[in-house]
Design a protein around this ligand. Structure first.
Ligand code: NAD
Ligand code: IPM
Ligand code: MN
Length: 357
């Protein structure tokens, strides 16, 4: 009997729908090429259109339904007709919180054949993994808006727990050790944020002592943003809070070829009782949605991270090889990479390459 992976597919909004179908094409091809596993995909039409019809981003029992899957594969959420805090707090963020998917893994790599917008950097020279705390920090949702007119005020609190910080920092070191990486950089703003980030810095030092084989570095977010642009080769594994890692992951994406290439995974490395959650770093890109212009490689590399999570290493390896080959051939590329191919043509090309490997 073939092993079966149950995948909840949420294409979502905008380019989410366009890129997810290309990722699914690759996954289907892989399950035919490599023996031993198959997928059961179930589609959920949740997102902004669903909201406009039903007044919610997903049904009341949406999370209960998702619990029964091994993984969730999502395109993107966000629609100019609805406030972003409503859409994101209605679908994407509760999945990470309620399922305690505390690790956000966002690797970027300057693939050979690609040009960085930075001068004098060649393919292969940037290889950074951003590890994001996914369940607390600046996203804790504690606060409120009260008062009226000139007395209106907002309180927005950050939540920084020892447990939450220890586990994400320890994961970053474990990940570095397992993958043979040399350095972990922690990024905070403890000169201004006096409590949460000061405690983060202290815990980073405490945890790092247990990993004498890994170099460590602690930077402030402003200087780190400058330095990722000035010296991207100097970064290996980065660990940061929810908001800072969110910002850094768009920055690291842009120095390695753009949003169209950056994948993301969210999971709990200690507990598989809930599904892992896989979505590219980019959003729904309303500026290019519906035109076939979106680069699906971020979603395809996200599918690769999902295969890693599901233990399908051979298939994950093949998918990575296919992406590398497509990029080095420089023939079938979307507009963001200087080509003229449509989103679906890139998916078709990946399947062609997969079938030839
Ligand atoms: P975005 O990532 O959607 O787009 C930023 C820029 O990158 C745009 O110019 C866009 O065209 C380009 N881009 C993004 N993905 C691309 C791709 N695959 N190929 C080619 N170009 C690509 O960020 P935004 O415009 O700030 O956000 C749009 C909406 O998406 C907002 O509603 C936001 O809240 C939401 N959002 C959702 C997620 C998610 O669901 N995971 C992530 C980020 C933003
Ligand atoms: C991301 C996105 C989301 C986040 C937003 C849309 C809430 O930017 O996945 O990077 O910050 O978590
Ligand atoms: Mn983001």
């Amino acid at each position: 009997m073939k092993k079966s992976h149950r995948i909840a597919v949420i294409p979502g909004d905008g380019i989410g729908k366009e890129v997810i179908s290309e990722g699914i094409k690759c996954l289907k091809a892989l399950s035919e090429i490599t023996e031993g596993f198959q997928f059961e995909f179930e589609y959920f039409p949740w997102g902004s259109d669903y909201y406009l019809q039903n007044g919610r981003m997903m049904p009341v029992d949406g999370l209960e339904v998702l619990k029964n899957f091994n993984a969730i594969y999502l395109g993107a959420v966000g629609d100019p007709r609805i406030p972003d805090d409503v859409t994101l707090h209605g679908l994407l963020l509760p999945i990470k919180w309620e399922f305690d998917l505390y690790v956000g893994l966002r690797p970027v790599y300057l693939f050979p054949g690609l040009e960085s917008p930075l001068a004098n950097i060649s393919g292969g020279e940037i290889d950074i993994v951003v590890i994001r705390e996914n369940t607390e920090g600046e996203y804790s949702n504690i606060g409120g808006i009260v008062g009226v007119e000139d007395r209106e005020l907002a309180v927005q609190s950050g939540l920084f727990t020892r447990k939450g910080m220890e586990r994400i920092i320890a994961f970053a070191f474990e990940y570095a050790r397992k993958k043979g990486r040399k350095k972990v950089t922690s990024i905070t703003k403890s000169n201004a944020q006096r409590y949460g980030m000061v405690l983060w810095d202290r815990i980073f030092i405490e945890v790092s002592v247990q990993y004498p084989d890994i170099q460590t570095e602690s930077k402030l977010i402003d200087a780190a943003c400058m330095d990722v642009v000035r010296n991207p080769k100097g970064y290996d594994v980065i660990v940061a809070s929810n908001l800072f890692a969110d910002i850094l992951s768009d920055l690291t994406a842009s120095v390695t070829g753009g949003m169209g290439l950056a994948p993301g995974a969210s999971f709990n490395p200690k507990d598989r009782s809930y599904p892992g959650f896989f979505d590219p770093v980019h959003g729904s890109a309303p500026d290019i949605a519906g035109k076939g212009l979106a680069n699906p490689i971020a979603a395809i590399l996200t599918a690769k991270l999902m295969l890693d999570y599901l233990g399908e290493e051979e298939a994950a390896g093949l998918l990575l090889r296919a992406v590398k080959q497509n990029l080095s051939e420089k023939k079938v590329r979307t507009v963001d990479l200087g080509g003229s191919s449509k989103t679906n043509e890139v998916g078709v090309d990946m399947v062609r390459i997969l079938e030839s490997l």
